[in-house]
Design a protein around this ligand. Structure first.
Ligand SMILES: *[C@@H]1O[C@H](CO)[C@@H](O)[C@H](O)[C@H]1NC(C)=O
Ligand SMILES: *[C@@H]1O[C@H](CO)[C@@H](O)[C@H](O)[C@H]1NC(C)=O
Length: 486
């Protein structure tokens, strides 16, 4: 297990989260010791907890699971469980496509309703699927389907589970999104390959499509919608398969008319910083706290796919997304009620893993070639049968100054590569204290990537971070350690 938020709350005083950062595109280790596995995801917030629900892509593109993670800070994620898993046959059977799960809460029926893209492996079914649960992140996981009350005859009133799939209003539907308006009406955003992107109003119980609300003639997929100050914004991508493109948005004050022409919101030519829209999150702290959630797909190794989460700026009808190596989503307003907005990341110090003054190799660990590393070399043979160890020492940390404590939880990351397509793992000892669990390093097949971990560091110099293998396995080849300095 990773240090859980509650455990850290015991170890460290409050208000120590100021330097927890989102590092887009990195390997993010969740509480289960694996890279966060929630692709094509959405987030639903319940009682100050964010639930991230997305596709398990550990074994490729065929459906395995819909995973759920929870977090209170958008940075540290606890694996909660699998909401739906592969079944013996049917919509959720072997070699099926189940993508882009999105969950909303129905205040009237008090049920969580999940919509998702349901398809055959050749994408010819082109349907949407619906499931219901009585808890946001728990009850869908029951593998035995009770049946919705009154539907199966043997159903229980508390019945939860996967209901069915269909083509909304008879039209094809692939990448889809879901939007709940502030009047409680919900809408399915659906990519109709033959006719264009649609908004369809759902029935009051959210379990069916009631009527067509709007249709664009443009072909846009992976739609996501928000409403801000009475204005709707819809985001989506062009159709280029797994490859990214310059994603676009349209805005209107009415769902059924007046939509502006599609425009880009990220730097033109950046292919939305190599990502595809999956969700836009409005989170507390400030009204302008908006986060773009995109998938950086790696079609040759879907397990390597990462998450591009970035602060999104909206001014009137203009939407802007800028790329950032890392950033801080401040969502805890300070006492006094002032709003807090996201913050740019502080400067950081890079400690090379082969530095003579800050790093030491021991056991069987030794220098290895790393063609994609800046200096063409890295620290390798970490872990393994001869227990190679990489120790970073004399590591400075200034802290955010937001607490008087000597120690502060902070985000650090390793630049690494490994030749595998599967993950490698490492265990860490920080200032003599073993960090529970392990850090995942998604397979990079030789590319250099970052893996993020949140650890308590002491203010001042002299921090020591020891990187060891985990359970006798090989760790990654580490190029450098990056530590923020406020
Ligand atoms: C949220 O809080 C309400 C009221 O305390 C409670 O009934 C509900 O179970 C909570 N939901 C979750 C997901 O914790
Ligand atoms: C760490 O701090 C010490 C003392 O201020 C300084 O001499 C040293 O250069 C710093 N190291 C790095 C890598 O910045």
């Amino acid at each position: 297990m990773h240090l859980s938020s509650s455990l850290l709350a015991l170890l460290l005083p409050a208000a120590t989260q100021a330097s927890l950062q989102i590092v887009p595109g990195a390997s993010w280790t969740a509480s289960d010791g694996e890279h966060l596995n929630a692709h094509g995801a959405g987030i639903i917030r319940v009682n100050d907890t964010f639930y991230l629900i997305g596709e398990d892509k550990a074994q490729g593109s065929a459906f395995q699971n819909i995973n759920c993670y929870s977090s209170r800070d958008l940075v540290q994620w606890k694996f909660e469980g699998r909401l739906l898993s592969r079944q013996g046959s049917g919509d959720l059977g072997p070699n099926r496509i189940v993508e882009r799960p999105k969950v909303i809460y129905n205040d009237r029926t008090r049920q969580y309703v999940m919509w998702m893209h349901i398809d055959s492996s050749d994408y010819k079914d082109a349907r949407v699927g619906v499931a219901v649960g009585d808890q946001v992140c728990g009850s869908y996981r029951r593998s035995h389907w009770h049946g919705l009350a009154g539907v199966s005859g043997k159903g229980m009133l508390t019945g939860v589970g996967y209901l069915r799939s269909f083509r909304p209003l008879g039209f094809q539907s692939r990448d889809m999104g879901l939007f709940k308006d502030d009047d409680g009406t919900a809408y399915l955003l659906t990519e109709d390959r033959q006719n264009g992107l649609r908004i369809n109003k759902l029935t009051a119980d959210y379990l069916d499509v009631a009527e067509a609300t709007y249709k664009w003639s443009e072909k846009i997929e992976s739609p996501a919608m928000i409403k801000l100050n009475g204005r709707y914004y819809i985001f989506g991508s062009h159709l280029t398969g797994w490859d990214p493109n310059d994603n676009v948005y349209s805005t209107s004050t009415s769902l059924s008319s007046g939509w502006s022409s599609w425009q880009t919101f990220a730097d033109k030519g950046s292919n939305t910083y190599h990502s595809q829209t999956t969700y836009i999150l409005q989170y507390p702290g400030s009204p302008s706290n908006l986060m773009y959630l995109g998938d950086r797909w790696r079609p040759g190794n879907l397990h390597q796919s990462s998450y591009i989460w970035l602060p999104l700026t909206i001014e009137g009808t203009k939407v802007t997304l800028k790329n950032r190596g890392s950033w801080i989503p401040n969502l805890n307003p300070p006492t006094g009620g002032a709003s807090t907005t996201w913050a740019a990341a502080p400067a950081a110090t890079t400690y090379n893993a082969l530095s003579s003054s800050n790093a030491r190799l021991s056991g069987a660990a030794k220098q290895v070639t790393c063609n994609n590393c800046a200096n063409k070399k890295a620290a390798g043979y970490i872990g393994g049968p001869n227990n190679g160890v990489l120790t970073f020492y004399n590591i400075n940390f200034s802290g955010s100054g937001s607490s008087n404590s000597q120690e502060e939880l902070t985000t650090i990351w390793f630049r690494y590569h490994n030749g595998d397509s599967q993950a490698r793992y490492a265990s860490l000892v920080v200032n003599g204290r073993e960090i529970p669990g392990r850090v995942a390093f998604i397979g990079t097949r030789g590319e250099v990537q970052s893996s993020v971990v949140h650890v308590p560091l002491r203010r001042g110099g002299g921090n020591e971070i020891v990187v060891r293998g985990w359970n006798g396995g090989w760790g990654p080849d580490v190029e450098a350690l990056i530590v923020p300095q406020q």
